[in-house]
Design a binder for this molecule. Structure first.
Ligand SMILES: [Ca+2]
Length: 145
């Protein structure tokens, strides 16, 4: 758990220039606000948010969206008691970023393993093309490490 916490703090440091706080720290009151929605196959479900992940290809399925830049590790319990693990762990298939930051997405929840970099204001409609479909467990603003 301590290692986990350390990893979370590193994520914040990487994003120090942003409003980032990490949802990894369940008691962190400044964690980005998270919205659970259903993707409808358009960009509209994410238009008011910073970063959105979808469990299905083409911006469909369960959608988790963060308002504000934040690192995230699936499988942790957030301040609202939500366990992200069940809904998104190893299920993300498309992503939209409206952030001015790049984002690195990792295979493992400790910001490790296979990883891919999403440029600012970009999207991936089919993560099979990035070779990381149904694999992502964590992400953070900034470049990959
Ligand atoms: Ca999926």
């Amino acid at each position: 758990m301590h290692r986990y916490f350390h990893q979370a703090l590193r994520g914040v440091a990487v994003a120090a220039a942003t409003t980032a706080a990490t949802a990894l720290i369940a008691t962190n009151a400044s964690a980005a606000t998270w919205y659970d929605r259903t993707g409808d196959g358009t960009y509209g479900t994410c238009s008011q948010l910073t970063l959105c992940v979808y469990t299905d290809i083409g911006m469909r399925g369960n959608m988790g969206g963060a308002l504000g830049d934040s690192s995230m590790a699936l499988g942790t319990v957030l301040s609202n008691g939500t366990v992200y693990d069940a809904k998104y762990h190893d299920k993300i298939s498309s992503i939209i970023s409206n952030s001015s930051n790049s984002y690195c997405f990792y295979q493992n929840f400790e910001f490790s393993g296979k990883h891919v970099l999403l440029n600012p204001h970009s999207s991936w409609g089919d993560l099979r093309e990035q070779g990381i479909n149904d694999m992502i467990d964590s992400w953070e603003p900034g470049n990959c490490i």
